[in-house]
Every structure is written in C-alpha cells, then in structure tokens.
Design a protein around this ligand. Structure first.
Ligand code: NDP
Length: 273
C-alpha cells in the first residue's frame, strides 16, 4: 500500500507518517529500522543525539528496499551549532549513517541563549546547495525564531518538528506554518499515553474499533501534520501505520480539540539551551 505524502515548499515531498528513533537502544536500532521498513514505513526520524545513526544506516542497508524510496531525517545537535561546526556535524552524521546525503536535516533546538541558530541555518542553506542534504528544516522553533531566519535569509524551512499531541495542540504555530508553507511534524505524538483514557479518544476508539494510539495518530493526520511515532515492537510499528482505512468525524476531531491543556512532556524551547 502506498501511504500519503505531503508536499514540501522546496518542490520535494515527505511521507506523512514515519517512525522515530529517540531512545531506541543503539544495538536494537538496525532491527527496528528493518521492521519499520518491512511494515511499510518510508520515513525514518533520526538525530545525532539519539546515538543510533550507525544502526539507522545498518538497518537501511540490510532492508529489502531501495535507498531512494526511503526518506531519512537527522538533526544537528545543540553543541554543534554555528557556521563551520554545523558543516562538520552534518559530515559526521553522513559518515555514521553511511550515506552521501540525507533527505532532511533539521536544527534540533533553537537554543536562543547560544545565539547561533541563524548561522546554523545559513550553514544548512549552503549544505543544501552543495548537495549534502536534500531538504532543510528546523525543530522546536517558535514563531519568533522562524521569523528571524526567514527574515534574514529569505529561505523558509521545509518543516518544523515540534512537540504536538492532544494535550499540546500548537494551534498558533500550526497556523503560522500553514501561512508560510511549512510542514508541521509532530514529535511525541502519543503524548506519553496521557490521552489514551480520555473520553473523546475512548469514544472514537469504540466507534471505529481502533486502539487509542491509532485514533490519536489519525487525529494528527487529519490535522494535516506529518507524524513520527516510535515503537520498538514490530506489532506497535504495524499498528501505528494502520491508520489510513478509517476516518474521524468532524465531531470527533472537535471533541479531541477540547483536550488541549498547554502541557509539555519535553523542554520549553524558550529555555532549553
Ligand atoms: P511517542 O509519542 O511516539 O511514544 C512512544 C511511546 O509510546 C513508547 O513508550 C512506545 O512503547 C509507546 N507506543 C508506541 N506505539 C504504541 C501503541 N500503538 N500503543 C501503545 N503504546 C505505544 O514518543 P517519542 O517521544 O519517541 O516521539 C516520537 C519521535 O519523535 C521520537 O522517536 C523522535 O524521533 C521524535 N522526537 C523529536 C524530538 C525533538 O526535539 N525534535 C523530541 C522527542 C521526540 P513501545 O516501544 O513499547 O511500543
């Protein structure tokens, strides 16, 4: 089955659903990547800080799919920001994964106190021109951070990967993204399971005969977001991709919208440096 893709503002496209590798142990990563690709995923979300880029590359090479059919994302960690350091960080990631280039390179956090994200963004622009990365984007950027890099360079990130789940719906940031042609990608999309038992999720799960996790992932898809759940279990990987043969009603979407609580599971991008 082919799954939906979302257009990027640079003329390329990204699969809407992928799987994430945060906290996947290095020695299990190749297996998870193989199982994810066998389940039908074509988007892998990695990062240098996850410590498992080598396993990502191993899994990719040993899977029964062509490299070009898979969209690989990785990220520049906070201590590698800055013009020259970013170029070295990207080289290091490419070497660990074992690829000539990745599909998407993100700045992992803005780290406002470091004051380096603009230089880091300029470095990514140059690396894209040099063919080291196909698309470039950011993660955990606030509206003010996005305005700064767009204003200074005229280059709009293809995507912003942000914490997003029913208890943190990021309405304002999503509207900004939509206005500027930036894909919203949801991290920790399952929100540590905190909404699995919520009445609107339970009701939609009962009506559709689906699991709460599937209802929540379907909600992300219907919002128009790209989403990258993580599971180290083969059955979990399969379950999280099996969300394209049912639809939530407008009333169910609206009921889930009431779960907004402004509640982060991870750091506040304004304070994380
Ligand atoms: P998720 O929201 O995907 O949740 C993962 C947890 O949910 C795991 O404990 C997993 O356990 C469990 N789970 C997965 N599928 C199911 C299911 N169908 N039913 C019940 N439980 C399930 O969390 P993550 O925090 O990992 O976020 C996803 C990805 O987002 C990361 O892997 C990473 O790639 C990215 N990310 C990016 C960040 C950033 O700063 N840019 C920050 C954090 C994450 P099990 O393995 O047992 O299935």
């Amino acid at each position: 089955m082919t799954h939906p893709i979302l257009p990027l503002n640079d003329g390329r496209a990204i699969p809407q659903v992928g799987f994430g590798l945060w906290q996947v142990p290095a020695d299990e990563t190749a297996r998870v990547v193989r199982e994810g690709l066998a389940a039908g995923y074509r988007l892998i979300d990695g990062a240098a800080i996850y410590g498992n880029e080598v396993g990502l590359g191993e899994g990719l090479r040993s899977a029964d799919v062509s490299r070009d059919s898979v969209f690989v994302t990785t990220k520049v960690w906070n201590d590698r920001q800055g013009r020259d350091e970013t170029a070295r960080a990207v080289e290091d990631s490419l070497q660990r994964i074992g690829l000539d280039r990745v599909d998407l390179m993100l700045i992992h956090w803005p780290c406002p106190e470091q004051g380096l994200f603009l230089d880091t963004w300029k470095s990514l622009i140059a690396l894209r021109e040099a063919g080291k990365v196909r698309s470039i984007g950011v993660s955990n950027f606030r509206i003010s951070d996005l305005e700064r890099i767009i204003g200074e360079t005229g280059v709009v990130p293809a995507l912003n990967q942000i914490e997003l789940h029913p208890r943190l719906q990021q309405t304002e940031l999503r509207a900004f993204h939509a206005k500027h042609g930036i894909v919203t990608q949801s991290w920790t999309p399952l929100g540590q399971g905190r909404s699995f038992g919520a009445a609107p999720v339970q009701a939609a799960a009962a009506r559709t005969g689906r699991r709460p996790a599937q209802v929540i992932l379907r909600w992300h898809v219907q919002l128009g977001c790209s989403v990258i759940p993580r599971s180290t279990r083969a059955a979990g990987l399969v379950e999280n991709l099996d969300i394209f043969n049912f639809t939530l009603t407008e009333a169910e979407m609206a009921a889930i919208a009431t779960l907004e609580a402004g509640e982060r599971t991870g750091p506040d991008p304004a304070k994380f440096n």
